[in-house]
Design a protein around this ligand. Structure first.
Ligand code: ADP
Ligand code: ZN
Ligand code: ZN
Length: 765
């Protein structure tokens, strides 16, 4: 295909990052730009011929230059065409893309593509407009019909700034119904047409009421003054550690006000689960007359594109969104403040390529934009605590007290072993202490929140015969299967694998010895049944709502369930960690944790931190109205640090003790972790590749860097693929990056669908 090679005139050269799962060329491939694409911009999506077969492949323009560099210009291929989609990546986000790609060891093309909402990439939700104008040198208008004359008269009598004019408006002005006269005028050169792709966007509307600002307390004001003093003064990072209900939102709002007053824009990130329409509406309500673009997964593709465009056009004052909103196209020079609320939340970590952490990308973005960033949490991630208290790269601000009028609830930790001794029926999961509290709260007509971080009915099916030892495991994965009950039919139990989603009927007896089966590890469905059996008023329609990923199939369901609870229509909300975050419901007087130990058994060095966070967060949902609240925490491990300190609302002691432990074993945040997972349907191939990677990394690594493995992953097989891991622990992020970067250059991690690299991993399964 001679046409591919640029012997002819070209409009310079571009480096292109192709969109595929491996990158032999992390800096992109060089192509010649045909003259008709001379206005090609950085970030645009194009099609380029790739490989021996010149397969047309999408990619993004990383940069442009007039010279082909060291490449032989005659050997270069041409860019084929622009991709027809609506948007590429705004050029100024390209340096952030490069950082994400390098830091997280992800191919640049895939990174850029992940930074764009797919609706934006595909141009969903746009309307094509036909815009008409008179040509600069009009043809003599002989032989035109009366209707055509009317069109020309209408358009020429418009003031210049109102041209080009949209087709429908022109038809209206000239009193014609069909497109025919306009089309013929176009054909004969009496009119010219510009087609414009536009987005029809709608601004979000505030909820009426509850818009009155609170007068900041002295503590809040001190922090507002301090952080406010850094606005417009370059990059700085602030950790706002405030107990639940201390009024962190008020601090954010005052800072945002200050940024907007100076003509800047603010980016606010919240965990996906916390991003209910109420959150958005509440924020909007505090900024009357300001425009807020909201990006969340409850939007349709078209809405997503619209909100994104509002940010890109610089028309929004505030952009509010979950993890991926960190890539919102806010013009760099306007970005004045980034807020990351609940910064400890693990949903900020993306679990597919690029495996970025929204908070850490936000910090980098603030640095590139030279602006202030505020990370807020009642239970900061130890990484953030470390940055603020040890490394001095963030300033710590503390709000140890709840806002005026709010008290922290008293927390009762109860030992499940004692509870069982005192209860009537051993099968009950809600012990006497929590039962009494539920009874009392229902009598007071107050609301209840119950947390059990395990979904399904029972998560462990085993043989009742101890000498048999049979456990129901997935045929394709190394995990036990979870029993679920389908809605109405109580007998209709089935078991499902939470890794590969395989589902089978629950066997009635042990397949090995024919004895009966036992159900252990009880989940939210089982609690739901116990609740309606024991408290008949909870069986009434709408009284109880269960919230977990089985009962909520869409974000919309979830928003509705929370809406019902907030409005007081639901008496008891039962759920997994989905309900632990951000809910602010004054009617809640009792919060119950059915089993605080669900994280404790996980093979994860953060298990204790997760337990502390979960208990603190769910505790924080209580006592937000008038009247004190009670929290009851059931646990098998009442003396553990995470539980005793969470019950005392003592984050600082917890963080300090936990950090000491992590330092002793040099795990994050005292060291930086990278995790490589190799998967293969053939056990020996997975192991051999992991060994090769471990050996080579071991040879390349400096003395202070540890390479652990290969070892089978905690879940050693998923969907018939065996999984082996190699872990790298380096003293600093830059050392980790240098080592992994070198390994990537030597193509150690390819192809990426078989070998995955996770930098700063959150999930270690
Ligand atoms: P956090 O995000 O720290 O958990 P919120 O920002 O949700 O806390 O605040 C908790 C409650 O306290 C809210 O209802 C808020 O309106 C109220 N509040 C915040 N600051 C003040 C203040 N200075 N005076 C009175 N009430 C306040
Ligand atoms: Zn499975
Ligand atoms: Zn058996």
């Amino acid at each position: 295909m001679a046409l591919l090679f640029p012997q002819e005139a070209n409009a310079g050269y571009a480096r292109i990052a192709v969109e595929r799962g491996f990158d032999r060329y992390p800096d992109g491939l060089t192509y010649a730009i045909p003259t008709e694409l001379s206005d090609l911009e950085i970030g645009e999506r194009v099609m380029v011929p790739l490989g021996r077969g010149d397969a047309p492949t999408p990619g993004y323009v990383i940069d442009r230059s007039d010279s082909p560099g060291t490449r032989d210009p005659d050997a270069l291929k041409w860019i084929l065409r622009r991709d027809g989609s609506a948007h590429g990546l705004p050029a100024e986000l390209m340096s952030l893309a490069k950082w994400v790609s390098r830091y997280y060891q992800a191919p640049l093309g895939l990174t850029v593509s992940a930074m764009l909402p797919s609706a934006v990439r595909r141009g969903v939700g746009t309307v094509k407009r036909r815009m008409l104008d008179v040509p600069e040198n009009p043809e003599p208008t002989t032989g035109t019909t009366a209707k055509q004359k009317a069109v020309l008269k209408a358009i020429t009598s418009l003031p210049a700034q109102e041209r080009p004019v949209e087709l429908n408006r022109l038809k209206q002005l000239s009193g014609i119904r069909t497109n025919g006269p306009v089309d013929r005028l176009l054909r004969d050169g009496h009119l010219v047409e510009h087609r414009r792709t536009e987005i029809e966007a709608q601004w979000n509307t505030p909820v009426p009421g509850e818009l009155t600002p609170d007068e900041p307390t002295t503590t809040q004001q001190g922090i507002i003054d301090h952080i406010g003093g850094t606005l417009g003064d370059g990059f700085s990072t602030h950790l706002l550690h405030g107990v639940t209900g201390s009024g962190k939102t008020e601090v954010y709002i005052r800072l945002i006000e200050q940024v907007l007053a100076g003509g800047g824009m603010a980016l606010v990130l919240v965990p996906e689960i916390a991003l209910t329409p109420q959150t958005g509406a509440r924020l909007i309500g505090r900024f009357p007359g300001k425009r807020v673009a909201v990006l969340h997964s409850g939007l349709t593709a078209a809405q997503r594109h619209q909100q994104w465009s509002l940010a890109a056009g610089g028309d929004a004052d505030i952009v509010l969104g979950a993890r991926s909103a960190v890539f919102a196209p806010i013009p760099t020079e306007r970005l004045g403040l980034i807020v990351v609320d609940e910064e400890h939340d693990s949903s900020y970590k993306q679990e597919t390529v690029p495996r970025y952490h929204g908070r850490d990308v936000a910090i980098r973005r603030a640095q590139l934009a030279g602006c202030t960033i505020v990370l807020g949490s009642a239970t900061p991630a130890l990484e953030s605590w470390w940055n603020a208290t040890r490394r001095g790269v963030a300033t710590l601000h503390s709000m140890p007290q709840r806002a005026p009028g709010l008290t922290l609830p008293s927390v009762r930790v109860v030992d499940l072993v004692d509870e069982r001794r005192n209860q009537e029926r051993s099968s009950e999961l809600i012990g006497p202490t929590m039962s009494h509290a539920i009874r009392r709260t229902l009598d007071l007509d107050a609301q209840i929140l119950l947390l059990l971080n395990r979904r399904g009915y029972s998560s462990y099916i085993t043989c009742t015969n101890r000498t048999c030892g049979w456990v129901l495991r997935c045929e394709h994965c190394d995990v036990s299967m979870v029993e679920h009950r389908s809605g109405e039919v109580r007998t209709g139990s089935y078991v499902r694998c939470h890794q590969c989603e395989t589902a089978i009927r629950l066997p009635s007896a042990c397949p090995d010895c024919s004895r009966g089966i036992a159900k252990l590890g009880l989940g939210t469905q089982r609690i739901e049944q116990e609740l309606v059996d024991r408290w008949p008023e909870l069986a009434e329609p709408g009284a109880l709502h269960r919230v977990d990923s089985d009962s909520m199939s869409t974000m919309q369901d979830f928003h509705e369930a929370l809406g019902d609870f907030t409005a007081g229509r639901t008496r008891l909300l039962l759920g997994t960690q989905m309900i632990a975050k951000g809910l602010d419901v004054p009617g809640v007087r009792l919060v119950g944790v059915i089993n605080a130990d669900t994280a404790a058994g996980l093979p994860d060095f953060r298990a204790s931190e997760r337990t502390f966070q979960l208990i603190s967060q769910v505790t924080g949902r209580c006592g937000r109205g008038s009247g004190a609240g009670t929290v009851v925490v059931q646990t098998l491990d009442p003396e553990s640090r995470a539980i005793t300190l969470a019950a005392k609302h003592d984050y600082v002691t917890f963080a300090e003790q936990e950090l000491t432990d992590r330092q002793a074993i040099r795990l994050p945040p005292a060291g930086r972790l990278g995790r490589i997972v190799v998967k293969d349907p053939r056990h020996e191939h997975a192991e051999a590749d992991a060994r090769r990677i471990a050996d080579q990394l071991g040879r390349m690594a400096a003395e202070d860097t540890r390479v652990r493995g290969p070892a089978p992953c905690p879940i050693a097989r998923i969907a018939d693929s065996f999984r082996f891991q190699v872990e790298v622990i380096a003293p600093s992020a830059s050392r980790l990056q240098a080592l992994l970067g070198e390994a990537r250059q030597q193509l150690l991690f390819e192809p990426s669908n078989r070998i995955s690299v996770d930098v700063d991993p959150q999930s270690l399964l």
